[in-house]
Design a protein around this ligand. Sequence first.
Ligand code: AMP
Ligand code: MN
Ligand code: MN
Ligand code: MN
Length: 299
Amino acid sequence: MALNYDLHAHSTASDGTLSPAELVVLAQAQGVDVLALTDHDDTAGVAEAQAAAAHCGVTLVPGVEISVSWRHQTLHVLGLAVDPDCQPLARGLATLRDYRTWRAEEIARGLAAHGIDGALAGAAAHASGQIISRTHFARFLVEHGHARDVAHVFKRFLVRGRPGYVASEWAPLEDALDWIQAAGGLAVIAHPGRYRLSSGGLRRLCGEFREMGGDGLEVISGSHLPAHNEHMARLAGQFSLLASCGSDYHGPEYAYQGLGRLQQLPAQCTPVWSDRRFQSSPSRARIDAEQLARYQQQC
Ligand code: AMP
Ligand code: MN
Ligand code: MN
Ligand code: MN
């Protein structure tokens, strides 16, 4: 039987609400065979996830979702099967986290000017990892009754023209690709159907990404509409990009993204896991005996 791959998921190391070990335990319960942990701009959750996965019989692919700026657009590029200890990758991600710290202060300043105080401390209280994301601000704002749910917070407060909006300068696409390649991983454009790009813009992105040495396109995403799938499969074929699939799971509060409940990749796609680099990465797992003992109680 075909394995169940879910190659895009978040933990408390970024803006997910389950710890890395809890995420792995849930993945196993959902029938996932191969799970990639892809926190935003941080690989801090990978060691814990690997330890839990080794016990649960899930294959854990070390990953990261890198924030990128490309032609004034924010894009997300997944690094799959990366070595988290690779220095160029670790240093690059550290610069993005420093930028996030600065941006969080700017977001809080914007909200304070709008009469909402305490947002920085409030967002930080929702963040248990090293990064502060807009999601953490959104949870703070919902908690304090400024909007009824996270989606409404984004519309009202966190997007262009709104009080908590900060124009972002993330990593250049070339840099993100360099870091992923240095770390031995595969670079995949995350949720390509979600960007504000015309179909011409999306083709231009795929072409430039391929020329720079990018590897794949997330053809199936939990944050795509079903109609995106065939379009993305065609794009992957046209630009010789490998196809990936991931739920973009952030926690049980977000019911629309089922962990491990993804549609199959269309038959014409070449899956990202057919690549040699992908096959060899899980063996790099270093399991810490103490951590393993802790997760034995949870699985
Ligand atoms: P950041 O990387 O800090 O700018 O935050 C981006 C994250 O916010 C994404 O990964 C999503 O988890 C979340 N997000 C972005 N837009 C929305 C939205 N419209 N509704 C809910 N969550 C969103
Ligand atoms: Mn997120
Ligand atoms: Mn994303
Ligand atoms: Mn994501």
